[in-house]
Design a protein around this ligand. Sequence first.
Ligand code: FAD
Length: 410
Amino acid sequence: MAEIESRVIIGAGHAGGRAAEAMRQAGFGGEIVLIGEEAHVPYERPPLSKELLTGDEGPEKTFLNAPQFYAENEIDLRLECRAAHIDRAGHRVVLDGGDAVPYGKLLIATGGRVRHLACEGAGLAGIHTIRTIDDSLGLRPHLAEGARVVVIGGGFIGLEVAASARTRGAHVTVVELADQVLARVADPAVGDLVAGLHRRRGVHVMTGATVERLDGNGRVAEVICTDGETIAADVVVVGIGILPNQEIAADAGLAVGNGIVTDEFGRTSDPDIFAAGDCAFHFNPILGRHLRLESWENAQLGAIAVARNMVSDPAPYAAVPWFWSDQFDLNLQVVGAPDSWDRLVTRGDPESGRSVIFYMDGAKVCGATAFSQGREARPLRRMVESGADFSDAELADEGIRLRDLAGRKA
Ligand SMILES: Cc1cc2nc3c(=O)[nH]c(=O)nc-3n(C[C@H](O)[C@H](O)[C@H](O)COP(=O)(O)OP(=O)(O)OC[C@H]3O[C@@H](n4cnc5c(N)ncnc54)[C@H](O)[C@@H]3O)c2cc1C
């Protein structure tokens, strides 16, 4: 088949929006079609659990680009338009309603969708999740002074919502199933530090607590745990993770695992179809394994790299994973994605609110969390990437600058 000079993107979120922009910036002159089921132009999600909840502004600041950017750059942005399936043999994307969009190369950037509670009462009014602008704006008026807010799930999103609600003067309880907060991504010691920060600011943090059911007369009024503890609630926010939107790829016969499987260039098992952002289970050459990331940087730089690979000579995307979170006045920088470590090394006094915790694998730093030390993220990433050896004593010594240690080679 002669190559069709078009690039089609399914998903007009962060990754999809940046990818379209990057293709034009790379000089691609063919047709670009960006298909998104939401009503908003592509936007960034981090403010949804932070500034958009604590402030009173509209969502415009979250937009990647002004609405007119797309027409100005001849990007055919189709909002409130859902891709139903991919016809690989015909090289076309079939939309809800039956219209089809032909592609030369296709990018799947469908992100993820929130998990919902499965227990009794999960369908009551007053129960919120947070993934979209509309979710955030819908929740905001309920986080009023004195409101009783129960957050189910002590991961990053749940804790950010808890901090935002408390900042607005609400009474906040976090209910976490695991024995620590941030159980999926952090050592218990790091989880305890973060939980302590919330407790000191008046958030009631419950760990090892299982929600049995939600009760109320049409509208949620109580959260009942399996141990019988009952928490009064005016509003409940469920933050128990997301599922990758990978079905459209699986249905088309593409390889999927925990996300859509891609190589280091972002290519799926079909050389004309790529995937990026939260939906992609991509190969990271630095870590030597596939992983799925839910992070701003992966949706930004990862998508830009994949988009360039779709319009010019391919280059691998290789980056040490990096994520940040803001909760109250705490800024967390999380570097690496270790699945095991043998000990932690602490630099600085965690009680001071400013410290770095290294995750160690022998003499190597396999990950790190920096507490309100934003500038250390870059050297920390270099330390993980280099695979160099470090002694516990030098890591803990605040007299030695991390940027000096970061130059060390393996
Ligand atoms: C509340 C919140 C706070 C966050 N805070 C941080 C943070 O502090 N730091 C950080 O590093 N990361 C943060 N993240 C993570 C980061 O925002 C995500 O990783 C990023 O948005 C992923 O971008 P994406 O484009 O892959 O997915 P999305 O932004 O979810 O975009 C996917 C889009 O595809 C659309 N779509 C799906 N299927 C179809 C279809 N069949 N047809 C058409 N359209 C479709 C969806 O509706 C959606 O608009 C946060 C995320 C959330 C939700």
